[in-house]
Write a protein that binds this ligand. Structure first.
Ligand code: NIG
Ligand code: FE
Length: 415
């Protein structure tokens, strides 16, 4: 029989629960549910109760909860969720960054045989164990910044064996970090140069030889693809996504990064999310707003490439759901600081605190199809982070400089 452990944390000046908010559309700060002078009672790995500290105190004492008495000012938020990363990779692309700043574009570098293919070469050279270790190191850095759930894509293997190696490395990494890693298969990242055959032949091979193993070994239940003329076209991807859907995978799409087309595919396949959207026009914004597909802005990719931000304001005003993720990868988004990037997107796109925070908590959970996290609420995972401040508005105001100083994952403090 499992022993029950209660932990009572407080007093917390403000607990911003991110509960009671709509999944879609614009949000105002006044809509935030903020518990003042709060206490949070944790039961094993879940939040049991959240409310005014002195109201919960007697109960917490009587059930023998471990009392964590906070000294000083703290603001609590749900553990942050980064719903789009590529942190399983070998090597660096510092030279691409310098080349781009010298005037050669991301797509030009890719066409000349560098870019993503360069990382594929370096990732293939790394052993499974080495890749797992690199992924653990990056996950732990993210966890220290308050990110308790991290999506991680494959996509630098680009062959049956190398994609499986990456996904097995992500699985091994997940066993060796306290953060939750949510894997996605991005074998459809770019067409591999060393494959004999067409784009469709490659995708067919992946769907026949990789998809079943993903399910047998529990390696991923999400299938991603980069829809772009230089990667996979809307037409190339049809039967691949069809097969993925029939097998019960969730679909997610790298959409409208440099030109439009991807978000239509995402909506047609009822994808869980359509990510990037830097090039989306009014038409795509409308399409996404009318769908249940979550729009995911990746400000780190705009900063890494020096291009416009995704139209976050317009998406929200049109009624879409907006998550914000780091896209942490060696090419387009090497910084990997989610809170900084989300805050800066807020500055440029005129987002409320509620919209920015929703984008990295419960709306990001929805982009991963996870219903058990992203809010401080009874029955939800006890993933919570505490910032040393007395006003939640300081968090975005300091544009990522203010980091959480106390982090709980599954009810356990991360030291
Ligand atoms: O989300 N656009 C495609 N894929 C990644 C970049 C990967 C890379 O450049 O290594 C992205 O930006
Ligand atoms: Fe990406």
């Amino acid at each position: 029989m499992q022993t029950i452990k209660y932990t009572f944390i407080g007093p917390i000046r403000q607990a911003v629960t991110m509960a009671r908010l709509p999944l879609k559309g614009a949000l105002k700060d006044e809509q935030l549910h903020v518990v003042q002078e709060a206490g949070i009672l944790i039961k094993n790995e879940e939040i049991y109760e959240i409310g005014p500290y002195w109201d919960l105190y007697p109960e917490a004492q009587s059930i023998g909860a471990e009392m964590v008495n906070l000294k000083g000012d703290f603001v609590a938020l749900p553990g942050l969720i980064d719903c789009h990363t590529h942190i399983c990779f070998g090597g660096s692309r510092a030279k691409d960054y310098a080349m781009r700043n010298a005037g050669i574009s991301y797509l030009e570098i890719a066409k000349a045989g560098g870019g993503i293919w360069d990382t594929v070469t370096q990732t293939r050279k790394a052993s499974l164990e080495k890749l797992a270790q690199l992924t653990v190191n990056r996950s732990n850095r993210h966890l220290k910044d308050g990110i308790t759930t991290i999506e991680v894509k494959s996509g630098y293997g680009l062959s049956v064996e190398e994609e499986l190696k990456m996904l097995r490395a992500i699985k091994l990494a997940n066993e060796n970090t306290s953060a939750d890693l949510i894997p996605s298969c991005l074998a459809a990242h770019i067409p591999p140069k060393d494959f004999q055959g067409t784009q469709k032949d490659y995708l067919k091979k992946i769907s026949e030889e990789v998809f079943p193993i993903l399910q047998e070994e529990g390696l991923a239940n999400r299938i991603d693809a980069f829809i772009e003329e230089t990667a996979f076209t809307s037409e190339d991807i049809q039967s691949y996504f069809q097969k993925a859907k029939e097998m019960g995978f969730d679909i997610t799409v790298h959409a409208d990064q440099f030109r439009t087309g991807g978000s239509k595919v995402a909506v047609d396949f009822a994808a869980i999310s359509a990510d990037h959207l830097e090039a989306s026009s009014e038409k795509e914004i409308q399409l996404l707003a009318e769908s249940n597909t979550i729009a995911v802005a990746l400000p780190g990719a705009s900063m890494g490439l020096g291009v416009a931000y995704s139209p976050a304001r317009k998406l929200l005003d049109a009624g879409a759901s907006l998550a914000i993720a780091s896209d942490w990868n060696p090419g387009s988004a090497p910084m990997g600081d989610l809170l900084t990037q989300a805050s800066i997107l807020g500055t440029f796109e005129k987002l409320s605190n509620a919209e920015v925070l929703a984008g990295i908590t419960f709306r990001a959970a929805a982009a991963l199809n996870l219903a058990d996290r992203g809010q401080l609420k009874h029955g939800f995972k006890a993933d919570l982070i505490l910032f040393p401040t007395d006003d939640y508005r300081e968090i975005t105001y300091q544009q990522g400089r203010l980091k959480p100083s106390i982090i709980y994952k599954n009810g356990i403090e991360i030291k």
